[in-house]
Design a protein around this ligand. Structure first.
Ligand code: EPU
Length: 417
């Protein structure tokens, strides 16, 4: 299993290009299941999760290939086996996103229950509740969701919790349902809006994506389309937080600043000078950051996917930051690893109290999930001496060319076999 070795203690300085968003690419790839015509996607990042999703889709009979210009072409002319097996779903929870499209297009689907994961329980009851309300009959047997429906019917669905993939699954199912679906208490994340843009390009009739009420008028079939995946706002925020924590400066291109408000506000609060343009953002931090307090919540509030990176920032900040996690019940595992580097963190329930220390010291640490790994990389960049991060396959799931991009920003980082 490979590891990352970082020799930290120097500010980041340079420029990097941001990749397409993982959490937008994955649902949009599943949208190819809805149409017999090809879907051509630009800006799809090269990530382990994207490879896993390709594998899942091709197992079902879809064509998936990369063109010479980097575009991904997904061909849903044939679906031979509407099944998502446990072996793939267990490595990537986003596999649940095939359920709505398969049911809408094929009238049946068999998808492994994702089960719990490191950051929390993560049930899928809202996905199932919505599909049932649309007329699907669903049973769970031997760890698999079995779903059937001759043709889904549009209806009004009020979701009990704000769920990103739940909203995406139901929006895709509703695109081919008979009649009108109204999704209330829908997730407003930009990735939901990006998926809606792609579905609309395929011929879907969707209004209100980006707000908490989405209206979908089902159509009998969808066509092909070309769509470019939105920039990754979490990758963007991760490099900005890394620059701020190290007292450095970066300029990131290929970004969408309109999706970054909560993150940029907190970075400014930490003392960083942030400038933004139509597709770039730059940050400069002089000296030590000030501690920031934050509370995660659904978009447009501060993203849970940025919480760990800001905890890393707070570990070396001037003052004490109070971080409250409201989305996932077990998303502080990085705190223990950060303590190995010398951080002063106290956990009380879903709140972490982070007292900034003057410096961290390099040590061996273990990555536990994707964003926790990112926080350890940031801490490793700040820490004096050598940090070795084990289990970095988590990082490969969600950060394209991490070492290359960080090396381009002046970091001393390499991968140990
Ligand atoms: N929830 C339920 N029932 C459901 C669905 C969700 O109770 O049926 C709860 C969850 O347990 C959680 C909350 O609702 O407490 C929100 O979960 P959500 O469904 O929004 O999460 P998700 O759709 O499974 C996506 C991202 C995550 C990100 C969350 C929150 C993708 C593929 N994944 O997950 O990304 O943390 O939204 O923004 O879009 C990551 O990229 O590292 C990552 C974990």
């Amino acid at each position: 299993m490979s590891k990352l070795r970082i020799n930290g203690g120097r500010p980041l300085d340079g420029a990097a290009q941001i990749s397409g968003a993982k959490n937008s690419a994955l649902p949009i790839m599943c949208a190819a299941l809805l149409s017999a015509r090809p879907l051509t996607l630009g800006n799809v990042p090269h990530l382990m999760d994207v490879a896993t999703m390709s594998k899942l889709l091709t197992q079902m009979g879809l064509g998936a290939e990369r063109a010479a210009n980097g575009d991904m072409i997904l061909d849903g002319a044939r679906i031979v086996d509407p099944v998502a097996p446990y072996e793939l779903v267990r490595t990537m929870r986003a596999s649940i996103l095939v359920l709505g499209p398969l049911l809408a297009r094929c009238g049946r689907a068999k998808v492994s229950l994702p089960g719990g994961c490191a950051i929390g329980q993560r049930p899928v009851d809202q996905h199932l509740k919505g599909l049932t309300a649309m007329g699907a009959s669903i049973s769970v047997e031997h760890g698999y969701i079995h779903a059937h429906a001759d043709r889904l019917r549009g209806t009004r669905i009020v979701m009990d919790v704000v769920t990103v993939t739940g909203t995406e699954n139901l929006m895709m199912a509703a695109a081919l349902a008979q009649g009108k679906t109204i999704l209330e208490n829908a997730a407003r994340e930009p990735e939901v809006t990006d998926l809606a843009r792609c579905l609309i390009a395929m011929g879907a009739r969707i209004e209100g994506a980006g707000s908490d009420v989405i209206r979908i008028e089902g159509v009998p079939e969808l066509g092909g389309a070309r769509h470019s995946v939105m920039p990754d706002r979490i990758e963007t925020g991760t490099y900005l937080a890394a620059a701020a924590a190290t007292g450095g400066r970066v300029r990131l291109t290929g970004v969408d600043c309109d999706t970054l408000d909560a993150t940029l506000d907190k970075l400014r609060e930490s003392g960083a000078r942030v400038e933004r343009g139509s597709d770039w953002v730059s940050l400069e931090m002089n000296g030590r950051p000030r501690a920031v307090s934050l509370r995660t919540a659904p978009y447009p509030a501060f993203a849970t996917d940025m919480q760990a990176q800001f905890m890393a920032l707070d570990t070396v900040a001037d003052g004490t930051g109070i971080i409250t996690e409201t989305i996932f019940e077990n998303r502080f595992m990085h705190a223990l690893e950060l303590q190995r580097l010398g951080a002063d963190i106290t956990i009380q329930g879903n709140t972490a109290i982070v007292k900034g220390v003057e410096r961290l010291q390099g040590a061996a640490v273990m990555a536990t999930d994707l964003r926790a790994s990112a926080s350890l990389v940031i801490a490793g960049l700040v820490a004096e001496g050598q940090t070795v991060i084990d289990r970095i396959y988590h990082l490969d799931r969600g950060y394209e060319s991490l070492e290359r991009k960080l090396a381009g920003l002046g970091a001393k980082i390499d991968r140990l076999p």
